[in-house]
Design a protein around this ligand. Structure first.
Ligand code: PLP
Length: 465
C-alpha cells in the first residue's frame, strides 16, 4: 500500500478511487510505551466509572486511528491488528470506498425505516446476497442489524415454514447473546453465567471436532452424524424445525469440521424436512478465501446468516435463503426499526464491490493462510504447547495444549496472548476451554506486517514452551 498525502477529510466526490490504497498510517508496528500506555490507563479509569464491567475487554487500549493492518492508540503506539474487530473490518477499518459510500448516503438521509418508506439500497444489497448464497434456486434476503438478530429470525422463519418447534444446535456453537441465541450458544462462562433460565426447545448434537474426537479424527464425521440422526429420532423428526450450525466454528475454537460432516448434515436434514441454517456470521464474506465458508464443503444450505464483515463495521446482518421458505412469513412478521439501515446498506454495497473485484481480497485471504502456516506450522510438536494450526484463509488458529497431550491449557494460552499484547500484537483467544489463539487479520494487511506479527506470536510461544 502506498502512502496517501493529507488526511481523508475531503468531500466524498474527492475521495481516492476505490482502487487506490487508503493507507494513511505507516504499516509498521511501533511500541513507544508500556501497553496499555499512560493515556489509555487514564481513559480506562473513566470508562470504569461509567461502563459496567460486564463488557469484557481483551486489551484496555484506546484507539485513535485504524488503517490497513494497524491500530494506532492514544499513546502513539501502532499495534498489529490480528482481530479485525472480531472478523468485521476485512477490507480495513477505513476503506476509502466504504467511507465515501457512508458519507455520500449520510448527506442524503440516515434513516426512513424500511417498514415505513422504502429506499433502493436495501433490495440492492439483498439482490447481491441472493446471488452469493449457494444454489441456483430462487432466493430472498431479509436484512437486520446484528448477527444474533439474523439467527433469531432464521429460527422464526424455519418454524413458520415447517410448523415445527424444535431447534438443533451443536457443541461449541456460538450464535449470539440475545436470550434465544444464548440458549443456542454452548459455552457457559462468561456468556451464560447468571442468565438462566434459557428458552426451551433447543437441543445439542456433537460437532465433528477432529482434534478432540474420542475415537480418533477419522471417526469424527460418521459418529457425529450418527449422533445427530439419533437426536432427531429422540426428539421426533416431525418436531424439528431447524438445524443451525457454523461451517467453521468461531468462538467455540475455530473448529474446521471433519470432512463430510457438513454434507452429512445436509443429507440428514433433507431426509427429515428440517431447515438447514448455516451461521456464516463470522466465517462468511470472504474471510476464509471464499465468499462463504460453506462453499468449501460443496453444500447448499436452506438459509444462510451473514453479518460481521458484511458492511465493513456498520451494523448489518442478513438471512438469505430459498424463496419458498423466506416467503412463508406474513407481512409484518419480519423487520426491525434499524433493519437494513441506509448507511449500513451503502457500506455493504461498497464492501461487496471490493470482495468481488477480481477475486483480489479472496486471494489475499488464501495468501494469509499460506503465510500463517509457513510461519507457525513449525511450532507444532510433541514437546511444545501448540497441538494444531488450523483454519481456512484468514481465519486461522493455534490450539494450545499441555505438551504431548490434547489437554487444553487455558493459562498458557492467556500468557501467550498477554505477551503478544505487550509487544503490540492484538490477538484474540477463543474455544470452549479458552485454549485457542485465533488470528483474524484484515484481508488488506501487508505481508511484511503480518510476518512481523506472526514472529512476535512465535516468540511468545517459545517464551512459554
Ligand atoms: C458474532 C457471532 C454471532 C452474533 O453476532 P452479533 O452481531 O454479535 O449479534 C453469531 N454467530 C456467530 C458465528 C458469530 O461469530
Amino acid at each position: 500500500m502506498k502512502q496517501q498525502p493529507g488526511p481523508t477529510t475531503e468531500a466524498p466526490e474527492a475521495q481516492a478511487p476505490a482502487e487506490a490504497s487508503s493507507t494513511t498510517l505507516e504499516q509498521k508496528r511501533v511500541v513507544n510505551t508500556e501497553i496499555p500506555g499512560p493515556r489509555s490507563r487514564e481513559l480506562h479509569e473513566h470508562r470504569k466509572a461509567n461502563v459496567p464491567n460486564g463488557f469484557g475487554i481483551t486489551l484496555p487500549v484506546f484507539m485513535e486511528a485504524a488503517d490497513g493492518g494497524i491500530l494506532r492508540d492514544v499513546d502513539g503506539n501502532q499495534l498489529i491488528d490480528m482481530a479485525s474487530g472480531i472478523a468485521v473490518t476485512s477490507v480495513g477499518a477505513n476503506h476509502p470506498a466504504v467511507v465515501a459510500a457512508i458519507k455520500a448516503q449520510a448527506d442524503k438521509f440516515t434513516h426512513t425505516c424500511f417498514m415505513v418508506t422504502e429506499y433502493e439500497l436495501f433490495p440492492k444489497v439483498c439482490e447481491r446476497l441472493n446471488a452469493i448464497a449457494p444454489g441456483e434456486h430462487e432466493k430472498r434476503t431479509a436484512l437486520f442489524t446484528t448477527g444474533a438478530e439474523a439467527i433469531e429470525n432464521a429460527v422464526k422463519i424455519a418454524r413458520s415454514f415447517t410448523g415445527r418447534s424444535e431447534v438443533i444446535v451443536f457443541d461449541h456453537a456460538y450464535h449470539g447473546r440475545t436470550l434465544f441465541t444464548l440458549g443456542m450458544t454452548a459455552k457457559e462462562a462468561p456468556y451464560k453465567t447468571g442468565f438462566a433460565p434459557f428458552p426451551e426447545h433447543i437441543h445439542r448434537a456433537p460437532y465433528a471436532y477432529p482434534l478432540h474426537w474420542r475415537t480418533g479424527a477419522e471417526n469424527a464425521a460418521s459418529e457425529a452424524l450418527a449422533a445427530f440422526e439419533a437426536l432427531i429420532q429422540r426428539i421426533g423428526p416431525d418436531k424439528v424445525a431447524a438445524a443451525v450450525l457454523e461451517p467453521i466454528q468461531g468462538e467455540g475454537g475455530f473448529i474446521v469440521p471433519a470432512d463430510g460432516f457438513m454434507a452429512g448434515v445436509r443429507e440428514i436434514t433433507k431426509k427429515y424436512g428440517i431447515v438447514m441454517v448455516a451461521d456464516e456470521v463470522q466465517a462468511g464474506m470472504g474471510r476464509t478465501g471464499k465468499m462463504l465458508a460453506i462453499e468449501h464443503e460443496g453444500v447448499i444450505p436452506d438459509l444462510v446468516c451473514t453479518a460481521k464483515a458484511l458492511a465493513g463495521g456498520m451494523p448489518l446482518s442478513a438471512v438469505t435463503g430459498r424463496a419458498d421458505i423466506m416467503e412463508v412469513v406474513g407481512a409484518g412478521g419480519l423487520g426491525g426499526t434499524y433493519a437494513g439501515n441506509p448507511l449500513a446498506c451503502a457500506a455493504a454495497l461498497a464492501v461487496l464491490d471490493e470482495l468481488e473485484k477480481d477475486d483480489t481480497l479472496l486471494a489475499r485471504a488464501r495468501r494469509i493462510e499460506e503465510i500463517i502456516r509457513q510461519e507457525l506450522q513449525p511450532l507444532v510438536s510433541q514437546q511444545g504447547v501448540v497441538a494444531e494450526v488450523r483454519g481456512r484463509g484468514a481465519m486461522m488458529a493455534l490450539e494450545i495444549c499441555h505438551p504431548g497431550t490434547n489437554e487444553p491449557d487455558a493459562p498458557t494460552t492467556k500468557e501467550i496472548a498477554s505477551a503478544c499484547h505487550a509487544q503490540g500484537v492484538v490477538v484474540l483467544t477463543c474455544g470452549t476451554h479458552s485454549n485457542v489463539l485465533r488470528l483474524l487479520p484484515p484481508l488488506v494487511i501487508e505481508d511484511e506486517l503480518l510476518i512481523d506479527g506472526l514472529r512476535v506470536i512465535a516468540e511468545a510461544i517459545q517464551g512459554v514452551s
